[in-house]
Design a protein around this ligand. Structure first.
Ligand SMILES: [Zn+2]
Length: 275
């Protein structure tokens, strides 16, 4: 008698354990990129209701995709809290994979560009404000899901995260990938999106263009010679945006392409295939 009830209890416990294991394994979050420092990480799961990244609720596409960025110096685990439509919840942590970043010295720059004259500070501040404002945009566009293509091809002369030493003075890390190409080379949109900022002449970055790829993912293109799109314009992947130039603080014609997720700068070079 006792043995019978014990057997039944054990059996129902093992059935329950199976059900739980099945529930957990039938709801994996599929990750589309490694959690490297500087990575844009896309996750995906079926029937998701809500996702929070370190406590911040992020939008979901209709197919249950979401995205976030890992900063260059992030070492703390990223906490992902997911809730499914039936109320099931799961908490996952991703530990950033550490990378090493380069140190790059650039000499012979016009000293006015390294230490800007006082009368340009208001202009520089306003440039920064416009760029910051553009990076705040979190739209429901979904171009970030596409396999990014190079906006222009050419020798890579600067990479993400490198510490810059300009005329011997240490400066903030470089956030973009610098692609050298002759002035006038066409620049295309690496993924679909909407043009959210066009500035013909920022002090440091010259002809500057921002394209919103959705969910807080933003491309910026610097030093452009010509910008052929206007604010509010929708651009498919591969659409012509303008041309490479050497406007602003540039030692020669190149495209500086930067990608951010909200205020987090990520590495555009991780989004595109090897050239
Ligand atoms: Zn650059």
């Amino acid at each position: 008698m006792t043995g019978f009830w014990l057997a039944l209890a054990v059996m129902s416990m093992s059935v329950m354990a199976q059900v739980c294991a099945q529930t957990a394994s039938s709801r994996p979050i599929q990750w589309h990129s490694e959690p490297l420092q500087g990575a844009l990480v896309m996750g995906e799961a079926k029937n998701l209701a809500k996702v929070q990244i370190n406590g911040l609720q992020v939008p979901l596409t209709s197919e249950g995709q979401f995205v976030f960025g890992i900063g260059k110096d992030d070492t703390e685990p990223v906490v992902i809290e997911a809730q499914w439509l039936d109320g099931h919840t799961a908490k996952t942590t991703l530990l950033p994979i550490q990378r090493e970043f380069e140190v790059q010295s650039i000499d012979g720059l016009d000293q006015a560009m390294v230490t800007p004259p006082k009368d340009t500070l208001a202009r520089i501040k306003d440039d920064a404000r416009q760029a910051r404002q553009a990076r705040q945009i979190v739209s429901d566009l979904d171009g970030f899901r596409e396999a990014f293509i190079w906006p222009v091809k050419g020798p890579i002369t600067g990479v993400y995260g490198s510490q810059r030493i300009l005329n011997g003075e240490p400066r903030a890390p470089h956030w973009g990938i610098d692609i050298a190409a002759p002035t006038g080379t066409p620049v295309v949109s690496p993924a679909s999106g909407r043009v959210v900022l066009v500035h013909e002449d920022m002090y440091f970055s010259g002809g500057t263009l921002f394209v919103d790829h959705g969910h807080g993912v933003m491309s910026a293109f610097l030093h452009m010679d010509r910008i052929d799109v206007t604010e509010g314009q929708q651009v498919p992947q591969g659409a012509s945006l303008g041309t490479v130039g050497a406007t602003g603080r540039a030692t020669g014609p190149h495209l500086d392409w930067r990608v951010s997720w909200r205020n987090v700068r990520v590495d555009a070079g991780l989004l595109v295939p090897k050239q």
